[in-house]
Design a binder for this molecule. Structure first.
Ligand SMILES: Nc1nc2c(ncn2[C@@H]2O[C@H](COP(=O)(O)OP(=O)(O)OP(=O)(O)O)[C@@H](O)[C@H]2O)c(=O)[nH]1
Length: 320
């Protein structure tokens, strides 16, 4: 009885912690989105064409982009009509509901953490791939999972060294070969190791040379083939890492990678301190790929599961 209450309190505390941290990290994004929105809401008393146009503009400049802003405005107009809303202040709640609806995800988003899984991490250099792999390894290990890492970006010695450092920090095994070795061979070895040691999660780094799209596609295809052939029963997850500070550029990258691979989720890094977090809304709305994790700092614990409902709530509520 007491234990249950303790657990409930712990859950609430954890939720508060998550929310608090999210609110803090999102200050600039919130100012960017809600600053503009609230200004429009405050300067109009009547809901008319000018009001809608200015609201749409405010969403576009806050990194939601043209397409997403247009989708939102279409739905919003419909709802205002249906609900016979006359007061611009009421539009704020409607907007929050609309964003939560637009970003709603399926419930089995994190299923892969419960099965034997192979997670391929893709994304261009510098977006925070290595850091994300380290954070994920740490998180799963803490949750009692057996984790193995594979240094599949063999093109730069520094990438292998950096991953080795993170594997040490997280206390998990790394499978790697020398610089310029075949990434397929590294992944093959890693899959064998994962099977032999009954690992729960194998996380594979990959090279991110998007300027050479054809090669990259070929290489990823090769890796998928090896994984499917060698470990068909494992769940496969492809996480694309994007740097949120690059705003609309991140959306473009996501579009290009979507042509290359079947992405199952996005990791949005560097959300701490950026004003461009609105990109999370654009990505989920336009590409229909769920943001699964967000990076909120450089430390090992600074990776959180993304909860879009909480994200939107955090944007609209200063206190949390
Ligand atoms: N503030 C902040 N910094 C981050 C976050 N994630 C990664 N970084 C930093 O971003 C920089 C690049 O991260 P890496 O993990 O090296 O990026 P990468 O994609 O592996 O890059 P390459 O090694 O060049 O391929 C590092 O200085 C990280 O500390 C985050 O969520 N927040």
């Amino acid at each position: 009885m007491f234990k249950k209450k303790d657990n409930q309190e712990k859950d609430t505390q954890e939720k508060k912690g998550f929310f608090g941290k999210l609110v803090k990290g999102l200050t600039k994004t919130r100012d960017n989105i809600l600053g503009g929105v609230d200004q429009v809401l405050g300067s109009f008393t009547k809901i008319d064409e000018d009001f809608y146009e200015e609201l749409e503009e405010a969403l576009i400049v806050a990194d939601l982009g043209v397409n997403t802003a247009m989708t939102i405005m279409e739905d919003l107009r419909q709802k205002v009509k249906e609900k016979k809303i006359k007061d611009t202040a009421e539009v704020r709640d409607l907007l929050m509901e609309e964003l939560q609806e637009l970003m709603k995800n399926e419930e089995n988003l994190y299923d892969f953490t419960e099965k034997k899984s192979i997670v391929l991490i893709i994304g261009v250099n510098g977006v925070g791939k290595t850091t994300t792999i380290g954070k994920l390894a740490h998180q799963y290990k803490e949750a009692g999972k057996k984790v193995i890492l594979a240094a599949g970006d063999t093109f730069r010695a520094a990438a292998i060294d950096q991953l080795a450092e993170w594997s040490n920090r997280a206390g998990v095994e790394l499978i790697s070969q020398q610089e310029n070795s075949d990434p397929g061979a590294v992944v093959y070895d890693a899959v064998q190791a994962a099977k032999a040691r009954n690992a729960d999660i194998l996380i594979c780094d990959t090279a991110g040379r998007l300027h050479n799209k054809k090669n990259l596609m070929e290489e990823l295809r090769k890796l998928f083939k090896i994984i499917s052939r060698e470990y068909p029963e494992a769940h496969k997850e492809v996480l694309l890492v994007l740097d949120s500070t690059t705003g609309q550029n991140a959306l473009q990258q996501a579009k290009q990678f979507k042509d290359i691979a079947d992405i199952t989720g996005i990791v949005l890094t560097k959300l701490d301190g950026t004003a461009k977090g609105g990109i999370a809304i654009a990505i989920q709305t336009e590409l229909n790929i769920p943001v699964k994790y967000i990076g909120v700092g450089e430390g090992m614990d600074d990776l959180q599961r993304f909860d879009s409902e909480e994200f939107v709530t955090a944007l609209f509520n200063e206190e949390g």
